[in-house]
Design a protein around this ligand. Sequence first.
Ligand code: NIG
Ligand code: FE
Length: 423
Amino acid sequence: MQIITGISELVVNDLDSLGALNVIDDAAVLIDDGRILWSGPSAQADSAVRDHLGETREESASATTLDDDDIENGTLTSASGGVELETIDLGGKAVVPGFVDSHNHLIFAGDRSAEFAARMAGQKYSAGGIATTVAATRAASEAELEANFVHLLDQATRQGTTTFEVKSGYGLTREDELRALRIINRHTEESTLIAAHVVPPEYKENPEAYVDLVIDEIIPAATGQAKWIDVFCEKGAFTEEQTRRIIEAGKAAGMKPRLHANQLTDGGALKLGAELGCVSVDHATFASDEDLAVLAQAGTVVTLLPGIEFSTRQPYPDARRYIGAGVRLAIATDCNPGSGFSNSIPFAIAIGVRDMHFTVEQAVWAVTAGGANALQRPDVGHLGAGARADLVVLDAPSYRHLAYRPGVQLVERVYRDGELVAD
Ligand code: NIG
Ligand code: FE
């Protein structure tokens, strides 16, 4: 058992609060077996420890008696139960829940920095660039792909991300998509099949035949290997009708639906996502008032991706409009080699606040509780009792510094499942 004390501000969070942060000043967190046992004001920590050590003692039928000295001593070992209490005193640092990156494409090979440089010199982003990464990814070995992936996961972990959704989508053959899912499943339970990312070059003349391949071969082969099914519903990628067929096939195979919707154009993809029961529709760079009303009514999460507007120079959606319409929001990185290659959630918070007009509280909520909602994961994104012990210790007295000090390495230490994973 561990107790973390000396927390100047603890963002506990509530998955249903729509952006309102539950923050406790001068707080402590009690952790056991990778889970939060208790979180609350420091003044109540001793009695929480006593209660929980008591429970553990009863479970192990131990006869140890505890007094206040034991608890204050830092490390306590009960005589017969073997229950050890380790105290970690942060000396006045803010703690937030581990970030939930509910949208990224971290499995790929190759480099598209020249495409980014050309874009900054005036070229427009288009879905066409995906084919470059598909060619490099197909040519890479499984070991190379996994090494590149693990490197990107490690980088993101050091930036505070503790839950990752990861998509396939740079293979676009049965074998290459399955290979990506195999690698993803070795590292996270949030795997997404997006074989319908673009039509691969070999099907350019016959996109319908590729849609058939996705439905008749790739989805059946990926059954049980992907938790989620996703489609890039966009001009130059897949039409609404094709999207509907693919999402329905994925659902029939037991995958839960999510969508890339209204990234480049103002189409009907957002409404289609709500109609198909998508848990989240992502990008939503363009959204009409009617789209927002439909999404709010359906309870669909809208995942905004500030890093993409940043790196494609598209207009930033205004979070105030979405929140005002009653939409449930999340923020994720969408880290990918084309439209935006940042896997940093703190960076997404900073530009979400600066350029999308999230308040700081709403942005921190959106990358934690919002991401958990987007993945239907009640165990992450908050630090209430029962949650997974995923914590980010900031080199700052307040969570506000995440937006206030962009570009500064504020993530000092990261715990996942109660284990220190970045220091
Ligand atoms: O989410 N929009 C589709 N997929 C990615 C971009 C992929 C790429 O350009 O390689 C995205 O932005
Ligand atoms: Fe994406």
